[in-house]
Design a binder for this molecule. Structure first.
Ligand SMILES: *[C@@H]1O[C@H](CO)[C@@H](O)[C@H](O)[C@H]1NC(C)=O
Ligand SMILES: *[C@@H]1O[C@H](CO)[C@@H](O)[C@H](O)[C@H]1NC(C)=O
Ligand SMILES: *[C@@H]1O[C@H](CO)[C@@H](O)[C@H](O)[C@H]1NC(C)=O
Ligand SMILES: *[C@@H]1O[C@H](CO)[C@@H](O)[C@H](O)[C@H]1NC(C)=O
Ligand SMILES: *[C@@H]1O[C@H](CO)[C@@H](O)[C@H](O)[C@H]1NC(C)=O
Ligand SMILES: *[C@@H]1O[C@H](CO)[C@@H](O)[C@H](O)[C@H]1NC(C)=O
Ligand SMILES: *[C@@H]1O[C@H](CO)[C@@H](O)[C@H](O)[C@H]1NC(C)=O
Ligand SMILES: *[C@@H]1O[C@H](CO)[C@@H](O)[C@H](O)[C@H]1NC(C)=O
Length: 659
């Protein structure tokens, strides 16, 4: 009896001391069954990996210790350590990063993804009322936050512009030499964050997993966090993606107030998934010659049987699709048409997917089949409805969409085949024949007429959202035809309307589109303006300069116009063989369409009238055209955008053909 109540009292004591210390110290060796507050796309996988973001564009994810930590009115010392890994679909590109952070609230619904790391937004970045302390592991260079590179660690106080930052790496204990690390090497790494309230010093240390903590911290910064942190604060992780599929993982985490964070038991940490990056893996090159022929044969047979039985022709068909029946292709037909999506039928690949040439089995019609990887989510039904409605659009300057097919995680779109490929090839590839001025002018007028049809002549207003040279395909008579409409829209679906998430291509994106996320006919006009300048000058709207700066085509054209030297910016390959009046008119119209104020841009109907010479172009006044697109871009937060698409989007060749 006595013994029993002793035991009960002891148990009680244990629970009390546990709950009192619970807030001040905790350790997670993996997160199986962990009580964390998760939001957005963050979740705990069955093996205990905490996955902050999944393979989705423009997403954020947060994980918090569920109850607040009491740092005291003058912030106590604290220490934390965690193991993380970043797995991107590419070897040499990732986005956007992970932050360990301390925040007064668990509600970060107004924070933005991509370069804002799910922590802050355009309005509150840098605001002292944020009370946010963070250590960022940043894998994208954002010049607006004066980042040092695309692989750095930073200490952030109320702002994404780091107070201190340095290249990801560590100082070797013996030599003191700095060793670089790649944050997105797909390998687990450990971070320590320590704050000493007496010295008001913050240290951040990074090391490869398994190494003991390096003696010299990577970053050391003196700052009195009492001015930032309130008594009751939440600790956790934030992560965001931009336009690259990236998974951000936390494998283990410990925290302690007034003492060193308990060490993490590395042997208990969950395993990272094995995935192969998109870049051709070196592994195959090594494994194949080594493996015995028998092994390879067994593997091949196994894969063959597996594919054949499970996946070969599997499709996804839902009830609501029945009404779209006639526009649906069977996967089997598309598979046969493209010889099983053989590499030698590949016409191009890029941001939205790969495009194959094919010949339909019965009709023998030549088609282009675009495979878009896409998770079936909310917007799918609406998108398919749009695909089908767009399929009814008919215009000589639009690439005809013939239909679609759906499989798990994948959408296939079937278009008319355009034998001459995409316009950008003619502008930039030396091998393609040069287009003379009359051909270029015809293409510009054709694309304008296609856009006008989408905007005004069809039963509903269709906004293209991705007008650019690589989306203009040339038919056998070298007429320009717009392709790919609506696809950008697919990626807009299901995202938070508050975020300024836009899909499009840098240089063609109107400033207000980045700000509001809302595409309008006038944002298409902006892109068309950039397109016209591109066709006349054979220069991309944004080109990297020799010193890594950006050269904005419209700014250059403006400059030449002000100096009265417009002829110097015209594609030199045209020589003297062009009609000066037409070229000048197109350049001026291009500038007008590229005006940063949407109200100053003409409508597509007016554009068409100017191009056809039905209405003379109004005189442009220097005051009216007094803008610099570069300055606009720098204040509009475009940067992570550009950085996210180093090559994928710019080299995207759409439904190009003619190899
Ligand atoms: C990613 O998370 C979103 C939102 O929770 C979900 O809709 C989507 O299916 C997930 N994607 C993957 C590949 O897990
Ligand atoms: C998780 O922690 C919170 C805050 O400490 C608590 O209210 C909740 O009951 C816990 N949930 C579980 C399942 O333990
Ligand atoms: C989170 O904050 C937003 C405003 O920023 C508010 O609209 C929303 O209701 C809050 N959510 C919760 C769960 O408190
Ligand atoms: C900081 O945020 C507060 C409240 O949201 C706002 O009133 C204030 O103008 C902001 N200050 C700065 C410098 O942005
Ligand atoms: C580490 O990386 C930085 C930035 O990429 C580079 O400037 C530096 O030379 C590298 N240092 C070493 C030791 O490789
Ligand atoms: C930070 O690092 C410096 C240099 O190694 C060390 O003297 C100091 O004690 C460290 N401070 C904390 C809070 O770990
Ligand atoms: C840090 O700031 C708090 C509040 O402003 C102050 O009470 C404390 O003395 C400061 N700490 C040091 C070491 O200066
Ligand atoms: C944090 O403390 C500051 C000043 O002490 C106060 O103005 C602010 O309201 C507090 N914030 C929260 C979320 O408690």
């Amino acid at each position: 009896m006595l013994a029993n109540s002793f035991a009960a009292a002891f148990l009680l004591l244990n629970i009390i001391s546990f709950s009192a210390s619970q807030q001040a110290e905790f350790t997670f060796n993996g997160f199986t069954g962990a009580n964390l507050t998760l939001d957005d796309v963050a979740y705990i996988e069955s093996n205990g990996l905490l996955r902050l973001t999944n393979d989705t564009f423009q997403m954020k994810g947060h994980a918090f210790h569920p109850s607040p930590i009491h740092f005291g009115s003058t912030t106590s010392s604290f220490s934390t350590t965690f193991v993380f890994a970043i797995i991107s679909e590419y070897l040499d590109l990732s986005g956007h990063g992970i932050a360990f952070f301390i925040s007064p609230s668990k509600n970060l619904s107004s924070a933005l993804p991509s370069q804002y790391l799910g922590l802050l937004n355009i309005q509150n970045n840098g605001n002292l009322t944020n009370h946010i302390f963070a250590v960022e592991l940043d894998t994208i260079y954002s010049s607006e936050f004066q980042d040092i590179n695309d692989n750095h660690v930073g200490i952030d106080i109320n702002s994404l512009k780091s107070s201190r930052s340095y290249f990801a790496g560590y100082y070797a204990d013996d030599s003191g030499a700095f060793q670089n690390l790649s944050l997105y090497s797909r390998k687990a790494m450990q971070v320590w964050v320590e704050y000493d309230s007496q010295e008001t010093q913050i240290n951040v240390t990074l090391s490869p997993i398994g190494k003991s903590k390096p003696i010299k911290p990577l970053l050391s910064y003196t700052y009195n966090l009492s001015t930032v942190l309130n008594d009751s604060m939440y600790v956790g992780f934030s992560s965001s993606t931009g336009s690259v599929h990236t998974s951000h993982y936390i494998l283990g985490w410990s925290f302690k107030l007034n003492g060193a964070a308990p060490s993490i038991d590395l042997s208990k940490l969950p395993k990272l998934p094995r995935t192969t990056p998109k870049d051709r893996s070196k592994v195959l090159d090594i494994v194949l010659p080594l493996a015995s022929a028998a092994f390879v044969l067994i593997l091949v047979v196994f894969i063959f049987l597996y594919m054949k039985r499970r996946f070969k022709y599997a499709e996804l068909l839902e009830d609501w699709e029945v009404e779209f029946g006639p526009h649906r292709f069977t996967y089997k037909d598309l598979y046969r048409a493209t010889n099983g999506f053989k590499e030698n039928e590949l016409l191009g690949s890029g941001g939205f997917g790969r495009v194959y040439r094919g010949v339909l089995p019965v009709s023998k019609l030549e088609v282009a089949v675009k495979r878009v990887s896409h998770e079936s989510r909310q917007g799918m039904k609406q998108f398919i409805a749009e695909v089908v409605s767009i399929g009814r659009l008919r215009h000589r300057n639009l690439v005809q969409l013939l239909g679609y097919c759906r499989r798990k995680g994948e959408l296939l779109l079937v278009y008319d085949y355009m034998p001459n490929g995409s316009l950008d090839k003619y502008l930039y590839d030396q091998e393609k024949p040069m287009l003379n001025w009359n051909q270029r002018f015809k293409i510009i007028k054709g694309v304008a007429s296609g856009l006008l049809y989408l905007h005004e002549d069809w039963e509903q207003v269709v906004i293209h959202r991705d007008v650019k040279a690589s989306n203009v395909l040339l038919d056998c008579e070298l007429n320009g035809r717009l392709g790919d409409f609506g696809l950008a829209r697919l990626y807009d679906h299901g995202t938070d309307p508050q975020t300024t998430h836009v899909v499009g291509t840098m240089g063609y994106l109107a400033p207000e589109l980045a700000r509001t996320g809302k595409a309008t006919p006038l944002t298409d006009v902006f892109a068309f303006g950039a397109f016209m300048l591109e066709v006349v000058c054979s220069k991309r709207p944004v080109e990297p300069g020799a010193r890594g700066e950006r050269i904005i085509l419209v700014d250059q054209v403006l400059e030449h116009w002000k100096n009265g030297t417009l002829d110097e910016i015209v594609d030199a390959k045209l020589g003297e063989c062009y009609t000066v009046e037409e070229v000048e008119m197109v350049l001026k119209l291009g500038m007008l369409c590229s005006h940063p104020l949407p109200g100053a841009r003409p409508s597509m109907r007016q554009v068409m009238q100017y191009l056809e010479g039905d209405t003379p172009l109004p005189e442009l006044s220097a005051a009216y055209m007094n803008f610099s697109m570069l300055a606009m871009l720098q204040t509009e937060g475009f940067d992570s955008y550009v950085m996210s698409y180093p090559s994928t989007m710019t080299s995207f060749s759409g439904l190009s053909g003619g190899r």
